[in-house]
Design a protein around this ligand. Structure first.
Ligand SMILES: Nc1ncnc2c1ncn2[C@@H]1O[C@H](COP(=O)(O)OP(=O)(O)OP(=O)(O)O)[C@@H](O)[C@H]1O
Ligand SMILES: Cc1cn([C@H]2C[C@H](O)[C@@H](COP(=O)(O)O)O2)c(=O)[nH]c1=O
Length: 686
């Protein structure tokens, strides 16, 4: 197979869209999103028409009311929807949801009454709650783990990118109905009606597309011992609350929603205060979505070697600071630019947050976790959309004078400042939650990422094969898992080569003896790094590359990341320097998948207590702990190729987790689309 494209590599969107099932899901998502935005605009327009002639504040509350009504169903139903996503056939859930939503939206102009408009809108949102977690939980089933971030980027791009398209379409419909109405009075149909019909049709098309998707059956549904619905919800909530990483992610994403809601609630009043009307409102609307699209596409690409955990908190901070400046600005152009920057920060955080959740949360409870996010996000959004105009109205307008200077402060700007303060606070807490114990300082990492080229840049394309590496500290179970996985893959009919470092070649055997012999206790750290690199150069040249070239699956017990952890972090030679040496030694051959078996150093050393320790094993516990942290940091920097497993789990459970993950990278089972997948991973089956 071709080596996984580094994030942001040219053509990456094409690559993930080459996976036919994902491409179809993406198409259906795009249509549904376009329909959602169209319906929002249509309903907001109707609300404005119905309150025409009333006071401005009442008009704004009517518009906020539509948004509140749209998010209200999630308060009660979202967690249940998530459990269904995990227990009921996801394809069926999505198809039924799309058809019902289509019918509901079409019924609004057919019935033509305000009360039905409100009821149908509410019911459509209830149904949408079942669709969203089913879709989110399906994406990781359709694309390999290392393509998940790209897939999420594309999904988010259409979710938010369809907003300006819907706005343009709505404006076009409005002009068309005015022109046609001039000639044929019977065609003076309000544009909102046409938009709602169109919306219904987009949902029907989306249902037809999803119906043909080869989505794997939901395993939990087959499990006779599956927990009750309420227990499952409780587990989802508990998981969200107890894992540091997930807690940080959810907190950050919800903080962004809260701030976003406040902005929606006061934006229209705010632009009036700046002297701009509907046009200014449109500019801010466009700026935030354009910024988000840029952030989602370019953020992870520009900083592709930067720790995702750090990037998440920092991009939220950027959004918070930009919002703070918007609140202080009294110039429309400056506000639009700052709003775009705000969008960039929010876009980066959102794509990283969704991707990390998809990677960190187990398939069985992924639906519940996403549903939890959707539920709380909607509640937070609803709360802040509703509260923001109230707070703004309470603050009123104040004028501050200092000598010649006059500063006019408006309640809407005050709300933006409060929202910015909260967002900055949330970003700092999320950063702290997700980044405890980093080996490398933030400044050093920024310098390395912005200043130098990454180890994976410009790597020559490697034809065929799949390169899998098992990494971890002493006694973590690497050799055991290499054996187990090789047996399974051979039984499946694959051409498999198992190998290890150091010592897989004739020359390497001698180097291994030199390296591990306790007689060489005083060996210099640089000599040690060079000897491991020499063993690796021989290994790659004579064993790994030839096997990959013939299309085999190569499973290696240790590779480059061992030297980065042992010599780079353990011996403190510096990860980047050791990486440069190994780039040269290997010709930049990077594994497709690195499985890190993570284990407390003490426990790993205890597992080997019955055999004499070699030179490296005899190192201090602090050394082995540095090695462990070094591995974890590497996994954090390269989430696209890492699978981190808890090696304290029973051996069979670890094997099962590896098999489950590898299964997704292999061609079977996607019968209809095998050619699309094998186009990416042409592993030769004998
Ligand atoms: N998940 C597990 N739980 C408990 N013991 C395990 C587990 N996996 C492997 N072991 C045992 O731990 C010991 C070390 O396993 P193994 O040799 O596979 O580790 P390793 O990572 O290759 O070690 P090293 O790199 O130090 O040679 C063996 O006795 C093995 O049976
Ligand atoms: C590849 C590699 C290995 N090491 C260390 C890690 C272990 O202590 C030994 C290898 O022995 P094992 O059979 O895997 O236990 O060498 C290292 O320090 N640097 C490396 O690059």
């Amino acid at each position: 197979m071709s080596r996984p494209a580094p994030l942001g590599a040219p053509g990456e969107a094409r690559t993930v869209l080459a996976i036919t099932p994902f491409r179809r899901l993406w198409l259906s998502l795009s249509l549904s999103s376009l329909g959602d935005w169209l319906s929002l605009l249509a309903l907001v327009s109707l609300a404005a028409i119905l309150t025409e002639g009333e006071e401005t504040v009442i008009q704004y509350f009517a518009v906020s009311g539509v948004v509140v009504l749209k998010v209200l169903p999630s308060v009660l139903l979202s967690p249940i929807a998530g459990v269904l996503a995990d227990h009921v056939d996801r394809r069926l859930t999505m198809v039924v949801s799309d058809v019902v939503r289509g019918l509901l939206y079409i019924s609004i102009p057919v019935v033509g009454r305000l009360d039905w408009l409100l009821i149908a809108n509410f019911l459509a949102e209830c149904v949408a709650l079942f669709w969203a977690p089913a879709k989110d939980a399906t994406v990781p089933n359709l694309v390999p783990r290392h393509r998940l971030e790209q897939a999420n980027q594309l999904s988010l791009l259409t979710t938010y990118g369809s907003a300006p398209v819907a706005a343009a379409l709505f404006a076009l419909l409005a002009s068309l109905s005015t022109v046609l109405g001039g000639f044929f009075p019977a065609m003076r149909t309000p544009e909102a009606d046409i938009a709602l019909y169109l919306n219904g049709v987009t949902f029907f098309i989306a249902a037809a597309v999803v119906w043909r998707l080869p989505i794997p059956a939901t395993r939990a549904a087959d499990d006779p011992k599956r927990p009750s619905v309420f227990r499952a919800i409780w587990e989802g909530l508990r998981y969200a609350g107890t894992t540091r990483l997930v807690r940080g992610l959810l907190l950050g994403m919800l903080g962004a929603f809260g701030a976003g809601g406040a902005v929606i609630g006061v934006a229209r009043i705010y632009v009036t205060h700046l002297g701009a009307g509907n046009a200014g409102f449109g500019v801010l609307f466009g700026a935030v979505f354009t910024g988000m699209a840029v952030g989602m596409l370019l953020g992870p690409r520009v900083l592709r070697d930067f720790s995702r955990r750090r990037l998440f908190g920092l991009s939220l901070l950027l959004a918070g600071v930009a919002l703070l400046l918007v609140g202080l600005s009294s110039d429309m152009v400056l506000s639009a630019v700052l709003t775009a920057v705000l969008g960039v920060g929010a876009g980066i955080a959102w794509v990283i947050g969704l991707t990390m959740l998809g990677q960190e949360v187990d398939d069985e409870i992924r639906g519940r976790t996403f549903a939890f996010l959707h539920a709380v996000a909607r509640v937070v959004l609803m709360g802040s959309v509703a509260a923001a105009p109230l707070i703004a109205a309470t603050m009123g307008e104040q004028t501050f004078e200092a000598g010649e200077l006059t500063y006019r402060f408006h309640g809407s700007a005050g709300v933006l400042l409060i929202a910015a303060g909260l967002l900055i606070l949330v970003s700092l807490v999320a950063y702290w939650q997700m980044n405890e114990g980093h080996e490398m300082s933030l400044l050093a990492e920024l310098k390395a990422v912005l200043g130098g080229r990454s180890a994976e840049d410009d790597a020559p394309e490697r034809p065929g094969g799949l390169f899998v590496v098992l990494e971890g500290g002493e006694g973590s179970g690497k050799s055991t898992q290499v054996r187990e996985i090789a047996v399974w893959l051979r039984e499946e009919g694959f051409d498999v080569l198992t190998t290890r470092e150091p010592g897989a070649t004739k020359l390497g055997m001698r180097l291994r003896t030199m390296l591990l012999d306790k007689a060489h206790a005083g060996m210099s750290a640089r000599t040690e790094a060079l000897l491991y690199a020499a063993d690796r150069a021989e290994h790659v040249e004579t064993v790994i590359r030839p096997a990959l070239e013939r299309g085999a699956i190569v499973i290696s017990d240790r590779y480059v990341d061992s030297t980065l952890a042992y010599q780079g972090a353990g011996r403190e030679l510096g990860v980047d320097e050791v990486a440069r040496l190994n780039d040269w030694a290997t010709g930049r051959l990077v594994p497709d998948l690195t499985i890190l078996l993570d284990l407390p150093a003490e426990e790993g050393l205890r597992r080997h207590a019955d055999r004499p320790a070699d030179r490296l094993e005899s190192e201090t516990l602090e050394f082995h702990e540095r090695v462990r942290r070094g591995f974890l940091e590497l996994a954090d920097r390269h989430p696209e190729r890492y699978l981190v497993l808890d090696a304290r789990e029973p051996q069979e459970a670890v094997t099962k987790a590896i098999r489950r993950h590898l299964r997704k990278m292999l061609p079977d089972p996607v019968p209809d689309d095998a050619e699309a997948i094998t186009g990416m991973i042409p592993i030769i089956k004998e």
